[in-house]
Write a protein that binds this ligand. Structure first.
Ligand code: MEV
Length: 323
């Protein structure tokens, strides 16, 4: 049997803008997805017959990327993430599946994390009508704090480049690690799930539609880019007060882009009194918000009182691994 774990992610700055080549800053969270696979006499996934249309990421990884023609597999998936909630559950699934499959097929070969991140990105794009940045998959694969951008940003360490032909043209990104202070003080991420799904493909398509109907809205992308740079600079020196302020500003820009929702706004507002900053995270339209706080229990309570489901993560977690 081959087993792997890949973490989910939380975007601190730059969601949606990153699809257009602007920078995004994402953090791997503690919670993620476990995948175990073993050879079996039939194709089975989570105890049921494997329906490829229900698992496009897994199907793409198996057949298009690994060109797997071996014996049928029994696949077990155990997710600690809210699904379709902006926490990168599909990227974590792709990475954990890719890692486990790699171990099953090439048990002697070292896991190539960068190759895995690229495989995951291709699977995400295939499942999202050809529009996906490498943010989710790279963060889940590499762990830590990842900066994905059309151009390399100063104060980051370059890891690899990614490109994709999208319906709006060819896009390329530089995937870098943010250099964070060695000692991170006692701050936490508190994720709050609205209970409503956030369909990434649809939200990304809505933004593409909005920008083509109203080109003036492109200025929102530039605003998000500036906020992201400011947030990243503050993060690199451990100035979490400024990080929080940038998160609040980023949320307002995402609202103008039409990707927030009443329930996201409610959880963000409820968290603010006990947080350094709070915003929606990921594609929006539902899904999750994230708060940065020194008082995670208090923020969790606020999220629960306001109808959300809270989850606490430390600020920096490791990437995909075989278990
Ligand atoms: C989804 O987690 C983040 C988006 O920016 C889409 C992407 O980067 O592919 C909305």
């Amino acid at each position: 049997m081959a087993k792997a774990f890949a973490p989910g992610k939380c975007i601190l700055f730059g969601e949606h803008a990153v699809v257009y080549g602007h920078p995004a800053v994402a953090i791997a969270i503690e919670q993620g997805v476990n995948v175990s696979i073993e050879k079996f006499d039939d194709w089975v996934i989570d105890g049921k017959s494997f329906d490829h249309s229900k698992y496009p990421h897994i199907s793409h990884i198996l057949h298009d990327l690994f060109e797997y023609k071996g014996e049928p597999l029994k696949i077990e998936i155990e997710s600690q993430l809210f699904s379709a909630a902006g926490l990168g559950s599909s990227a974590a699934l792709s990475n954990a599946m890719g890692a486990a499959l790699h171990k099953l097929i090439n048990p002697q070969e070292k896991l190539d994390i960068i190759k895995l991140a690229k495989i995951g990105h291709s699977a995400e794009a295939a499942a999202q009508e050809g529009r996906a940045s490498p943010t989710d998959t790279a963060t889940s694969a590499l762990g830590g704090c990842i900066v994905v951008s059309g151009e390399r940003l100063t104060g980051t360490e370059h890891v690899f480049d990614a490109e994709l032909v999208t319906p709006e043209g060819k896009r390329s990104w530089s995937v870098c690690k943010a250099i964070l202070p060695e000692e991170i003080e006692d701050v936490w991420l508190i994720l709050g799930f609205t209970g409503e799904a956030s369909p990434t493909g649809k939200m990304v398509a809505n933004v593409a539609d909005l920008l083509s109907r109203d080109p003036d809205k492109k200025s929102i992308m530039t605003n998000i880019k500036e906020i992201t740079q400011r947030g990243l600079d503050a993060l690199s020196v451990g100035n979490f007060e400024v990080v929080g302020m940038a998160m609040n500003e980023c949320h307002e820009q995402l609202r103008s882009l039409g990707v927030s929702s009443d329930s996201l706004d409610r959880l963000v507002e409820a968290s603010k009194p006990y947080s350094l900053g709070a915003k929606m995270t990921g594609a929006g339209g539902g899904g999750c918000m994230v708060a940065l706080s020194r008082n995670p229990q208090r923020v969790s309570e606020q999220i629960e009182i306001s109808g959300g489901k809270p989850m606490i993560s430390k600020l920096v977690s490791k990437g995909v691994r075989l278990i």
